[in-house]
Ligand binder design. Structure first.
Ligand code: PLP
Length: 387
């Protein structure tokens, strides 16, 4: 059976034609068991060769939390990326395929003892921190390791802000750099995160302005820094156009050249931008009805089994399989399969009426989906398939 889908012009602005074509070809197989996540290898490859291209003296570390599927990790490894991790579980994944410690960094400012011990025995060297207590922990387990302080920076215009938890202001950061030195660690640099899915290019300007002030204060204190870790945050397209990685990087590169010495090392930690737009979730329609004035559409993947970010600000684009009923578009509330009322993916989806059992494709869903999925209510964690 050949399947046909209601593909509209704007869909191919969101996800590339070649990724979509590959996915459709895969779906022409006889037996499809939803839900699952398709990842286009070529797209990941393309992103990997693009990211870091326009920032001199930079190294890219894939933020494993975006999608820790072992095949994705193997692909990133093959493409020569480094890795940014936060836990012993993520370290175990990397050690299982023999990634060298020099290619792994940790930007989680507060780490468990279990992870610090594993990191020490594996030989990791680069760590973020934003407190004295973290320095004390590391001084005990990882004497002499290289550390960079997490600076708090504006996250305005990021669809998934990350500044409410970590990062300190300039003066405290300066004291922490000195403190790390006193405790026998090597204070080597500064890190920040402009917020995930950051569509505001000026966030990098304000972040680098702040980093420069801190850099100079450190220098006056006799601490010579050499590393700027600009974190993640590069955006992808979900429903509309976003600023290009190229444009962000050219701007960042220019600012770094203006403000910092020539030999500054730059680390970049992209997660979403590496894997997000390479992914298409495949789900099935399992129910539809109207309740009061609302049209409800139920599918077999939801907030708890992969689409967690939908409750925190991410809106996806959807393609449905063509059906006999499909004529005019209607507004639907899109819900997942569990019995929890939080399990509502989108309250405002404009779609022609799909058939029960028909497929639904959820675009740009390669990042922060499976990694968030739980088995809540007995639904299994969707599989990832690389194509
Ligand atoms: C999550 C995270 C990243 C990746 O962020 P993206 O927005 O997915 O690029 C990078 N660095 C740190 C410290 C993170 O916590």
């Amino acid at each position: 059976m050949l399947r046909t889908f209601k593909i509209e012009k704007h869909h191919t602005d969101i996800v590339s034609k070649s990724t979509l074509f590959k996915a459709l070809k895969y779906l022409d197989r006889k037996k499809i068991e939803t839900p699952f996540l398709l990842i286009d290898r070529e797209k990941v490859k393309e992103k990997a060769s693009l990211i870091g291209q326009n920032i001199r003296n930079s190294k890219v570390f894939y933020a494993v939390k975006a999608n820790p599927d072992i095949e994705v990790i193997k692909l990133a490894d093959k493409l020569g990326m480094g890795f940014e991790i936060a836990s012993e579980g993520e370290l175990k994944l990397l050690s299982s395929i023999g990634v060298k410690p020099e290619r792994i960094i940790t930007s989680n400012p507060v780490k468990t003892f279990k992870f610090l011990k594993a990191a020490a025995s594996y030989g990791l060297n680069y760590f973020a921190y934003d407190s004295e207590e973290e320095v004390n922990k590391m001084a005990g387990l990882l004497p002499g390791c290289s550390v960079y302080v997490r600076l708090s920076v504006p996250n305005e215009g990021s669809e998934w802000p990350l500044n409410k938890k970590f990062g300190v202001e300039i003066n405290q950061a300066a004291e922490l750099l000195s403190y790390a030195g006193e405790k026998g660690l090597r204070p080597v640099g500064i890190t920040f995160h402009v917020g995930s899915q950051c569509t505001n290019i000026y966030n990098w300007n304000s972040a680098l302005d702040k980093a420069k002030v801190l850099w100079d204060i450190a220098e006056k204190k006799g601490i010579k820094l050499n590393l700027l870790n600009i974190g993640g945050g590069y955006p992808i397209k979900y429903t509309k156009n976003v600023v290009d990685v190229d444009a962000i990087e050219k701007n960042v590169d220019r600012l770094i050249r203006e403000k910092f010495q020539r030999d500054v090392k730059v680390f970049i930690e992209p997660g979403r931008a590496v894997i997000g737009d390479a992914g298409i979730f495949v789900a099935s329609v399992i129910g539809k009805t109207n309740r009061g004035d609302d049209n409800w559409l139920h599918i077999d993947v939801g907030v708890f089994s992969g689409l967690m970010e939908s409750i925190g600000g991410i809106t996806y684009s959807y393609i449905i399989e063509a059906s006999r009923q499909a004529r005019h578009k209607r507004k639907w509330i899109l819900a997942g399969p569990s019995c929890d009322s939080f399990d509502v993916i989108d309250k405002n989806v404009n779609l022609p009426e799909p058939e029960i059992g028909g497929l639904m494709l959820i675009l740009s869903s390669g990042a922060y989906t499976i990694s968030y999925a739980s088995k809540f209510n007995g639904f299994s964690i969707p599989k990832t398939v690389l194509i």
